[in-house]
Design a protein around this ligand. Structure first.
Ligand code: MN
Length: 428
């Protein structure tokens, strides 16, 4: 489905008066408090959140899946859907592909379509957590950590293929999430499993192009329920340090045990220049993959506080040097609507963090003014910044209200008409 920029402009026209009133009121208030509103909006305009190819279809649980219809059937349709999101939000100018799910025999056509939609290719993802049809060796007992050389070699070669595919598309990073682990005490030798993994990753790292990053993602449990080879940020950091400077840690918000202080992890990794990027989602229990900002918006805000405070090169994440991606899977929402909600949730948290009076906060911290420090954070968090986010979208020629326009135009119905009720390409 194509939406013209004229359609967006016309829709904005009907919303503009109301928006302008809200924005002017907020901008004046913030200006009086010393916030440089124009600078905040410019940062919001530049911030881009990547959409993973697997989030465009309906997610499922191990109990079932309820397809919504009109889901993309191949990588080309996935790019079209991200193009649509980007047109509406102005903040989704990148897609993250997954190999082999997004394999295609004409990457020139894939790249051309992406260019047409002004979409770039963010980190490319490998897959050794499931067996593919015709695969020689099984990953049932691990891949890069497997006890047998030939299985590890097959997994290494897969990663080299993924890098080659990424090079064809202009990717600059490989994300490696390893499902390897064990389900029962005694099943694996912890030390040997990590040693074998590091040795396998050294071989992959040796083939990494000079301007690429290897993003190492950790997860405490699932699919393995007793031990994971890379369960936490400490192990991921150890692995990265063993590999070299192009290896960085990737933080997936759902990949922590309950109540972990993720914002402190972010600060730690920033402190040693090993933060490679983020997978945004939200969780109530564990890796729930719920919509970002739906459960714990304050935590999301606190994470952005560390990013804004800790990254002197803060604009680097707008320029794609850090990988910012939504990683969610949803069983009950329209996946495209969910991605619009997630993008809005991320932009809101970022905007709130940009409102913080950093010098006042630093002074409160230095003087042990505990009450004042909390006041400063919460004053920013409790500001309704939605008019700022909408203004950034408006100036990016995107929609003042993406979700409203998505529904008004009947996008889902049009997609079902074009692709049918039974369509899927997630690979899971
Ligand atoms: Mn992830």
């Amino acid at each position: 489905m194509n939406i013209s920029s004229e359609t967006i402009a016309n829709s904005n026209q009907t919303l503009l008066k109301n928006h302008q009133q809200q924005f002017d009121f907020l901008a004046e208030q913030l200006g009086q408090n010393g916030v440089e509103v124009e600078a905040v909006i410019e940062r919001l305009r530049r911030f881009q959140v990547t959409v993973p190819s697997w989030a465009l279809g309906t997610g499922g649980t191990r109990f079932g899946r309820f397809a919504i219809g009109g889901e993309p059937r191949d990588v080309l349709e996935k790019i079209q859907d991200v193009g649509l999101l980007h047109l509406l939000s102005g903040s989704n100018g990148a897609i993250s592909l997954h190999i082999p799910w997004d394999q295609n025999n004409d990457y020139i056509a894939v790249q051309q379509l992406a260019q047409q939609h002004q979409i770039r290719f963010d980190a490319i993802n490998s897959n050794t957590f499931q067996d593919q049809p015709g695969q020689k060796h099984s990953y049932k007992f691990g891949s890069l950590s497997h006890t047998q050389t030939e299985v590890r070699q097959q997994a290494i070669e897969h990663h080299l293929e993924v890098i080659k595919t990424g090079e064809k598309l202009g990717c600059k990073a490989l994300t490696l999430w390893l499902g390897d682990g064990s389900n029962f005490p005694g099943q694996v030798n912890f030390q040997k499993a990590l040693e074998r993994t590091e040795a396998s990753m050294q071989e992959i790292y040796a083939h990494l192009p000079a301007d690429w990053q290897l993003l190492v993602e950790y997860k405490p449990f699932e699919p393995a329920f007793y031990s994971m080879v890379i369960p936490d940020w400490g192990t991921a950091l150890m692995v990265c340090q063993a590999l070299g400077e192009q290896a960085k840690v990737l933080v997936d918000l759902g990949h922590h045990l309950p109540n972990a202080n993720i914002e402190q992890i972010v600060a730690r990794l920033l402190g040693v220049n090993r933060l490679g990027g983020f997978h945004f989602n939200d969780a109530h229990y564990a890796d729930d993959d719920l919509t970002t900002g739906a459960i714990k918006p304050y935590r999301l805000f606190l994470i952005f506080c560390e990013l804004v405070n800790g990254v002197t090169q803060v604009d680097n994440f707008a320029n794609g040097q850090l990988a910012w991606m939504i990683d969610a899977s949803h069983n009950t929402k329209d996946p495209l609507e969910d991605l619009l909600q997630a993008t809005e949730g991320i932009m809101i948290a970022y905007a709130q963090a940009l409102l913080i009076d950093q010098s006042a906060l630093a002074a409160a911290q230095e003087n042990n003014e505990v009450v004042q420090a909390q006041e400063i954070l919460q004053a920013a968090f409790r500001t309704d910044v939605r008019p700022l986010v909408a203004e950034a979208r408006y100036r990016n020629q995107a929609s003042l209200n993406p979700l409203h326009l998505f529904r008004t135009l009947g996008v889902r119905q049009a997609l079902i008409k074009a692709r049918g009720n039974v369509s899927r390409a997630t690979g899971l």
